[in-house]
Design a protein around this ligand. Structure first.
Ligand SMILES: *Cc1c(COP(=O)(O)O)cnc(C)c1O
Length: 450
């Protein structure tokens, strides 16, 4: 066991793309039942979001077309699929048919422009509800749009919401909290992009800029909040509310798959590729998907080669609380949403029996895929959101991926498979920033194809 772990650590230290298959995945119902949350927790979260929909519609006019529900489309991307498979790849010797490629377009989620709109907004709504119920200003069966009234705002403004963030969590929490009238203080890590910080300042958020990484920003925020009895700290490393907010995506996806007549069962496997930072977003979504689809769904996380914190944590069973610095890496990545040195142990442990595996991608590949998606489908995403595109190639064309398919008896049904790449952010990226991303991606793409 130790020797195996060391092989994984050595592979990660090289900073090259790598696919790790989770040896503890059991997929048995009994192991899924052992998880501390269940389907009823996901349904509760979904019902809460429905109760809040009229309030959200009032606060954010862009939600009027969806009646206050924050959701993204599921989109087939045939041109992206054709472009990706026409090029030679790192693994192509074995190769199987792949089925069909889709994207879950969270890069386009309204209000916050990233996957963080699911968890971050949900957690603040939970806290607002808690306060409103406590003060007797709303009852559980009542109309939650009264939470926008001045009486409620007067109460909210006594509280300060805070969190540590590499950017997008700060944006999502900042936007909803400010809209409800809370004071907001965000602890931003060194990776946070300038535009994300200035956007927060524009809506009245106090931005504290840390010169160190995300874990440091989180603990600084946690410590500061502990001293203030009117502080509410969203703990990205340990929050159950965030986790359950993310999990609702599974119920929404189930309806979208049905509406598109996409079958998901053991002969029609569903592969889902989720960019991973600290683990809450991909973990919550994976938990939900396994509850909904059981062994028919195969979830893989995607991390930068320079910040494979969840892979490191899960491969060592979180024994020594290793961070990526311990294997000589420096979180040197443009994928700010994934720039995390130490993953959530809470999430990692929940993932142990249900996650299929984790792969890593280089920044060059992120930028190439960002460009490919623009070139083929006209869709604009941020670098972090491109991490999942490495997944299908790893699964279908690498020896480790092939071994996984053989082990799961999937070799003969891959032509019927569906692959969903979760594109997790991008909508709010300023034009000039996107232009730079695209330019870098195009140059790398041209080198590869010339
Ligand atoms: C935060 C983020 C993720 C990953 O979420 P975690 O909860 O940190 O694992 C993925 N993509 C983008 C764009 C993000 O901002």
């Amino acid at each position: 066991m130790k020797a195996l772990e060391n092989n994984v650590l050595q592979a990660l230290a090289k900073g090259e793309p790598y696919l790790w298959i989770n040896p503890s995945m059991s997929d048995g119902l009994s192991s899924i039942r052992k998880i501390r949350f269940g389907m009823s927790d996901i349904s509760d979260a979904e019902k809460r979001l429905q109760k809040f929909a009229p309030l959200l519609e009032k606060l954010f006019p862009e939600l009027s077309s969806s009646n206050g529900i924050i959701e993204s489309e599921l989109l087939a991307v045939p041109a992206m699929q054709a472009l990706s498979s026409s090029e030679s790849t790192e693994h192509r010797e074995v190769g199987c048919e792949m089925g069909k490629l889709w994207i879950k377009t969270d890069h386009n989620l309204p209000v916050a422009g990233s996957v963080k709109a699911r968890g971050g907004i949900y957690e603040i709504l939970c806290f607002a509800e808690e306060l409103a119920l406590e003060k007797g200003l709303v009852c559980e069966t009542g109309d939650y749009s009264v939470l926008a009234n001045t009486e409620m705002r007067d109460i909210f403004e006594r509280y300060t919401i805070s969190a540590g963030s590499t950017g997008n969590l700060g944006l999502s929490i900042g936007i909803i909290s400010a809209a409800l009238g809370f004071k907001v203080c965000m602890h931003m890590s060194v990776e946070a992009k300038e535009w994300k910080k200035s956007r927060l300042r524009d809506i009245g958020v106090t931005v504290i800029e840390h010169t160190q990484d995300y874990s440091t920003a989180v603990s600084a925020g946690r410590d500061a909040a502990a001293l203030d009895s009117y502080a509410y700290f969203v703990d990205d490393e340990n929050s159950e509310r965030l986790f359950l907010g993310y999990s609702v995506a599974a119920l929404r996806l189930k309806r979208q798959l049905r509406a598109s007549n996409i079958q998901v069962d053991e002969d029609h496997p569903l592969f889902v590729y989720l960019p991973c930072g600290v683990g809450g977003a991909p973990g919550g979504i994976t938990f939900g998907l396994k509850q909904v689809f059981g062994r028919a769904v195969h979830c893989f996380f995607a991390e930068p080669t320079q910040a494979p914190c969840m892979l490191l944590g899960m491969a060592t069973d979180f024994q020594d609380n290793l961070s990526v610095y311990d294997v000589g890496l420096q979180i040197n990545t443009e994928a700010d949403g994934l720039a995390v040195g130490q993953a959530s142990k809470l999430v990692g442990q929940i993932m142990k029996p249900i996650l299929s595996g984790i792969f890593t991608v280089t920044d060059d590949q992120l930028f190439r895929d960002l460009f490919r998606l623009k070139h083929s489908e006209g869709i604009e995403i941020e670098p972090s959101a491109a991490a999942g595109f490495g997944g299908p190639d790893f699964i279908c064309n690498s020896p480790e991926g092939q071994a996984y398919l053989r082990h799961k008896n999937l070799e003969n049904c891959m032509a019927m498979a569906n692959h969903i790449v979760w594109t997790t952010g991008g909508r709010l990226v300023p034009e000039e920033d996107y232009h730079q991303f695209k330019k870098r991606g195009e140059e790398l793409f041209n080198v590869l194809t010339s």
